[in-house]
Write a new protein. Structure first.
Length: 511
């Protein structure tokens, strides 16, 4: 039977059982399409990374003797839309069965279901064989429970998959979570090894994107492209992380420095989100390395890393499928302001925001705490509409795919789901940023001052946010202390803070 198998750009799973179960009548189809470059405005490095990875994947399948149709953006048969491309191929090649892997994005899931209904041939959907949990496993796990606490899901995952567990069924080290040990400020030491980069020449791919007139943003050095776009390169990044960065990963997980883009972070999110690496292979690789090097790498470094992948990553995917499509519209604390223009230029005097945004524009990367406690924190304190915050995060990062971007942005960062994902809003004044980073020393603003021309804008915005949104946090135990401090504040002092905050909110571009 003549079969057409679709491979989406984030389905580059070399180990999928498809590739062990095919024959001469199987045709694989992978395509660069305007429907994917244009559904939001992407960072140029993100588009380049996907196209490079897709091309390498198609070539590898061909090298293995498989039949592959790979449409480039400028291909003459490319209609730029998934549905029409597939319908045309089905007709031209007299295809008898259409097969696809379940997409991880609601938009594509709907589109493929519709396409399968419309095609007059047999269609079948397959699992991507990538995630550790099934699409609905989180919803089933939390069924009947009041809260969707990540920590309980994480413990369940540790037990179920026997990860970092002792033979007697207890967590390694006697504790589930070493988060408290993962909050060191980085003060120039230990030295940060250069990131494992690949000085790849991507000029051809870039030219194709530019010639097609795709609108992108951000910067790229096309002769020195440093993201892994093949499985072999992704494995090198994983090995490099284990050998050079893991040793300090947990300790400095939340630290920030103006001169350090990656610190001890792994840079593995693109490799995993495109499915070049399986999350369990990353977890096992790290644990095996730790087991061989227990005298130099402590458990908190490893547990901190495992929690991000076995816990947060799987959790976010489960939340996505549980809550979509409504999640994409939630705005439970009613934020309506515009995202300041400097999110697209880094042109601000606030040093922390300048560096977090500049990194993002230059490298399509910022680490978790920069995303959460600098750009996300500021947008939330300002009261920016989550649609605009979402569009920015979905476009700017190399790893931004909706299932993991939207849950982190609307849920964890913007509290737009009213506390489904985050048990309290992730907001802070300047003092948290000063505690975790080296930004404030070089800033035009004074982190210790609350009002006046030189006061750090985060300080007044923070108290203003609590006062303005307090009704949304009534009954939230984790907010009780902050709200009681707010209540004890001298009314004149509070008004001074709120007046300064109103100035910042009115014209954030002046700061
Ligand atoms: P490391 O710090 O080395 O962590 C290792 C891995 O853990 C990551 O590669 C990632 O796969 C996983 N991980 C860590 N934190 C999370 C998390 N909160 N949710 C899911 N997985 C996690 N991650 C994305 O992959 N795509 C996104 O679009 C995305 N958008 C985000 C938006 C906001 C507002 C925030 C606060 C976080 C977002 N994250 C996103 C999560 C996290 O910031 C990135 O996964 C991480 O920074 C990627 O860099 P790394 O590979 O060096 O990660
Ligand atoms: Fe950011 Fe305020 Fe520190 Fe400046 S002083 S870097 S604005 S936290």
């Amino acid at each position: 039977m003549k079969r057409l198998r679709l491979i989406l750009g984030d389905q580059l799973n070399h180990k999928h059982s498809w590739y062990r179960n095919d024959d001469d009548d199987t045709l694989y189809f992978i395509a660069e399409m305007r429907q994917e470059t244009d559904y939001t405005k992407h960072h140029i490095q993100k588009v380049v990374a996907f196209f490079e990875a897709m091309e390498a994947f198609a070539n590898r399948l061909r090298d293995q003797g498989k039949k592959v149709v790979h449409y480039k953006l400028d291909g003459k048969n490319n209609t730029q839309k998934l549905g029409t491309n597939i319908a045309a191929l089905v007709e031209e090649r007299a295809i008898e069965k259409f097969e696809y892997q379940l997409p991880d994005e609601y938009r594509l899931d709907q589109q493929l279901k519709q396409l399968a209904d419309d095609l007059s041939i047999e269609c079948e959907a397959f699992d991507t064989e990538h995630f550790i949990t099934g699409r609905n496993e989180l919803a089933e796990f939390f069924e009947g429970r009041k809260s969707l606490l990540m920590e309980s899901f994480y413990r369940h995952m540790r037990k179920k998959h026997d990860v970092l567990m002792t033979e007697s069924g207890k967590p390694e080290g006697g504790k589930w979570n070493f988060d408290q040990s993962n909050r060191k400020k980085w003060k120039g030491q230990p030295q940060v090894p250069h990131e494992k980069g690949f000085r790849k020449d991507v000029r051809k791919t870039l030219k194709r994107i530019e010639t097609a007139g795709v609108t992108t943003f951000g910067n790229i050095d096309p002769q020195n492209f440093s993201w892994p776009t093949t499985r072999a390169d992704s494995l090198k990044v994983l090995r490099y992380f284990c050998e050079h960065l893991l040793v300090h990963f947990g300790d400095y997980q939340d630290a920030m420095d103006p001169d350090q883009v990656y610190l001890f972070h792994s840079r593995l999110s693109f490799a995993m989100n495109s499915k070049l690496l399986h999350p369990m292979e990353v977890i096992q690789g790290v644990i095996e390395h730790w087991q061989d090097n227990k005298s130099s790498i402590s458990l908190n470094e490893v547990e901190g890393f495992v929690r991000q992948i076995l816990g947060w990553r799987e959790y976010m995917r489960g939340i996505y499928w549980k809550e979509m499509p409504g999640y994409a519209r939630c705005n439970r604390i009613d934020n309506q302001k515009d995202l300041p223009g400097f999110y697209w230029t880094a042109d601000t005097q606030m040093n922390c925001l300048h560096h977090a945004i500049k990194n993002s524009l230059d490298h399509a990367y910022a680490h978790h705490i920069q995303r959460l406690m600098i750009t996300g924190n500021f947008a939330l304190l300002l009261g920016v509409h989550p649609d605009q915050v979402d569009a920015w995060y979905l476009g700017i990062y190399i790893d931004a795919i909706e299932w993991v971007e939207i849950t982190n942005t609307r849920g964890m960062s913007q509290f737009a789901d009213g506390g489904l994902v985050a048990t309290k809003p992730y907001v802070s004044s300047g003092s948290y940023i000063d505690k975790m980073s080296n930004y404030c020393k070089g800033c035009r603003y004074n982190v210790k001052e609350k009002t006046g021309e030189d006061a750090c804008p985060f300080n007044s915005l923070y108290w203003n946010f609590l006062a303005e949104k307090r009704e949304h946090f009534a009954g939230n135990q984790r907010m009780a202390m902050m709200l009681s401090t707010l209540d004890r504040m001298d009314p004149d002092d509070l008004e001074g803070l709120r007046s300064r905050a109103r100035q910042v909110i009115r014209s954030p571009h002046d700061y």
